[in-house]
Design a protein around this ligand. Sequence first.
Ligand code: MOS
Length: 744
Amino acid sequence: MSESNQRYIGQARPRIDGPKKLSGEARYAADHHLPDMTYAYGVFSTIASGRINDIDTSAAEAMPGVIDIFHHDRFPSLHRSPDNFANGTKVDEPRLPFEDDRIYYAGQFVAMVVAESFEQARAAAYEVQVSYRPDTPITRLEEALEQHKPTPDEGSRHERGNPDSAWKKAPQRIEAVYNTAMETHNPMEMHASTAAWDGQSGRLVLYESTQGVVFTRNTIARMFGLLQDKVEVKAPFIGSGFGGKLFVWPHAVAACAATRSLGRPVQLMVPRAQMFTTTGHRPATRQTLKLATDADGRLQAVIHDSVNSTSMLADVPELCGRCTKSLYACDNLRVSHATVPMNCGTPTAMRAPGAAPGLFALESAMDEMAEAVGMDPVAFRLRNYTERDGSQDLPFSSIHLKQALEEGARRFGWEKRTAKPGSMRDGDEILGWGVAACNWEALKVDAKAQVTLQADDRVLVSCATQDIGTGTYTVIAQGAAEALGVPIESIDVELGDSRYIYGPLSGGSWVTASILPAVAQAARAAVEELKGYAIARGGPFESRKKDDLSFENGALGVKGGEMLSVAEILQARRLANAVGEASTSGELGKAYSYRSFGAHFVEVRWDPGISRLRVSHVLSAIDVGKVVNPRTAANQVEGAVAMGLGMALFEHTEFDQASGLPVNNDYAEYLVPSHADFPDMEVMFLHYPDYNFTSEGARGVGEIGTTGLAGAVANAIYHATGKRIRDIPIRLEQLMVDDLAATG
Ligand code: MOS
C-alpha cells in the first residue's frame, strides 16, 4: 500500500480507550471486588539483613475479621519458577515468598494477613509481632564495592581492536567516572493482584497489573503446578509499569497461594512504600569512561566499564554499554558490565534499561571529549557518525542520526550558542545549552492476532498483549482499519486477557512493530474467510473466484458491480462472523543492525543569585521509522523526557545507612518532576519509514526518549555553570559553591 493512500496509519488519533478511562468504566486490577472476596495485607521486614527469630500472630489473630495469617512456617509449598524468558516464564525475584526465615532486604514480605475487609487486614498486619536477628546491611553501591568483588557479566562484554593501548597512544584523551542513583518505578497504578481460585474446576483467575498477561499466566501455572489453560490472567487496563510490571513479583504469588488455600477470592495491593522495596527498581551504577581521539576529533578508543548494584537474590546486570558499542565510529572499543550485591530488592528493567544510565555517562563523556579537542558538541558527534554498527559489522537498517542532529540544531537555534561556559545570559539568568544523542534497539517479537468481521458490521480485533498506557489499543485499531479499509469507529479492540490469541509482553518498545503485521495479516485472512462464505452463499458471486472479489468500505463484491455488506453475507448463511488469524515471527533479517536514533537539545536557566535551576526548553528529534500515531507517539517521548528529567535532577531511592531502611519511600519524599518542572517541549519526528525492519516501517517509540536526556541536561548545566557534574541526580548544592557569578 502506498503511503499517500493511508487513511489511518500515520494519522494523529485520540486514544480509543480514552472515554473508558475518563468515565471510570476502565477497571484496573484492584477495582475488581468479587463475591465473597477477602483482603490481604503484607507484613514487611523492618530489617534489611538477617533472620526472623519469631513471629507472634496471637494478637493479630484475635482481631475482628481476621481469617488467616501466612508466613514462612505457614505457607503452601510451591515450585520456584524456571527463569526462561524464551519460553515466556520469568519471575524477577527467584526466591518464593515466605520460603524461609531469611531476610535479604528491608520491605521483604515476612507475613500476610487475610481478613474480611482491607481495613481489618491492615489493622491486624500492624499487630503481627516479628522479632529478628539482624546482620549489618549493605545498602549503598560504594559500600558494596568495598566489601565484594564485582561479578562480571561475560555475555554482554564486547571488545574490538585494542582499546587500552589505543587510548594510551592517542593525542587527546579523557577519563571520568559517572555515578547514577538507584531509581524506583512509580506508575500511578500500584501493583495489585485480585486472585480467585475455583476449587471445583481447578481454575485460577488473576486480575493483575502486569505488562504481560501471557508471561504471568505461564509463570503462575508453573509455580502452582497447573496447566496453562487452568490459569487466566487479566489486565485490560494498566496504570503504566515502566518495566516494573514485566514479570511476576512475590505479591502475585502470595495472593494466588492464599486464594487456593482459603477457597475465597483474595485481593492484595502493594502499598506505595513497598513498591520501593519489593517490586523492582533501576539499580545504582558506577561507570568508568575513557575516550580518546586523534587531533581531528576522530574517536580512536572508547572504553565503557560499568558496575551496578544488585540484590542478594539475583544477578541483574544493567547493560550500560548496550548503545556505546555501536553508536559512534570507533575501531578500538570495549564495553563491560558487572554486578555487586547489596541488601535491596531485586532490580529489574526500568524504561530504557542500561541505555538510560549508559547514555548519561557516554553522552557526558562525549561533551567532555568535544571540549578537550576544541569542537562544538554537535560537530563532534557528526564527525564520529557512522552508518555501520561496529559491534556486529553490519549496516543499520535505517539511520537518521545525522538529520536528528542537524535538523534538531537548526530548529533549536544552536548556531547562536557561544561555547564558553556561562557566556549566554538573559537578565539575571545564565543560559546553558546542551545536546546528547539518544539510542535504543529496534526490537520485534513473535505475535498473533485475531480479527473477526461480525454480522453487526463491526470488527473485533483481539490479542493477549496489553496496553500499558502507551496507546496500543489505538494503534491496533488504526492497523485494522487501514488493512480493511473500514472506518476506525467500526473497530473494537480487546486486549489484556491471557485467553485471547497469543500476544507479546509490553516491553522493549516492541509491541507496535510486532503486532501490526499480525493485525494486517489477520484482517486479510478474515476477508478471505468472508469471500468463501460469499461464494458459497450463492446469488451474484456464485461462480466467482476469491480473487475476483474485493473488500471495500466494509462491503464485498466485484469491482464496479454489486456489493454486499458483511451482515448480508453472514446472515444469509446464518453465521455470526468471519474470523481471521495470523501469526508473525519476530525474527529479523541478518543483513542489518536494527536501532532507533535521535538527539535531545536542552536549555537550562541558572540564576546564581538565588541558586535556581530550571530546564526551560527541550527539543527532541526522534528517528523511529514510520510514526503510526504522531499523537500517542509524541506523548511517549514527552513522558520519556519527564523520566529523563527525573533521572537528571530528582530521582534517588535512598536508604538509611545504619538500618538499611528506605527513607524516601513515598510520593512526598521521592522526587519526580511535576508539571512546574516540565519545560517547553517540542517533539520532532523525522518520519523515515524503516521497511528493512517491518512491512509498516515502524520501530518502537516507548523508551528511546528517556535515553540521552540526563546527559543533555548535565551538558547544559556545564555550559551554564562551568560545573561538570558526573553524579546524578544533580543537586543544587553541587552547583552553589564557587559559582560563575562570583567571578563575573
Ligand atoms: Mo520496558 S523497561 O521493557 O517496560
